[in-house]
Design a binder for this molecule. Structure first.
Ligand code: SF4
Length: 109
């Protein structure tokens, strides 16, 4: 049954699942807004590099949909209009509202 899943998709799924599981215990703190001020995530951070994070989404080569931004990602939790905010995947760091990475997921309604 899994013979039809391309190897790259399988690896990406496993990687994102592992990152999500590692981040899950911290999600409540980040989403509650009680996290203390944090530094911006560096694009050269190993996890940021692995996920192709760019602080300026227009510079993300893997981004195919110009409407996708951190600000409308399900993992982003800043207030509307904030220039940056927490992302569940980057614990203790801030991502820019106009950023993007390959883990982007449509914000739940
Ligand atoms: S696109 Fe989503 S998952 Fe990726 S850095 Fe931005 S808020 Fe986080």
């Amino acid at each position: 049954m899994t013979d039809h899943i391309p190897e790259n998709s399988r690896r990406r799924f496993i990687k994102l699942t592992a990152i999500g599981l590692a981040a899950a215990p911290f999600a409540n703190v980040l989403l509650s807004g009680s996290a203390e001020a944090a530094d911006p995530i560096s694009e050269t951070d190993p996890q940021a590099t692995a996920l192709g994070y760019k602080a300026d989404a227009t510079k993300a080569e893997k981004r195919k949909d110009a409407t996708q931004l951190c600000s409308n990602c399900n993992f982003y939790s800043a207030k509307a209009g904030d220039a940056s905010g927490p992302c569940v995947l980057f614990q203790g760091k801030l991502v820019t509202a106009n950023g993007w990475c390959t883990a982007w997921a449509k914000k739940a309604a």
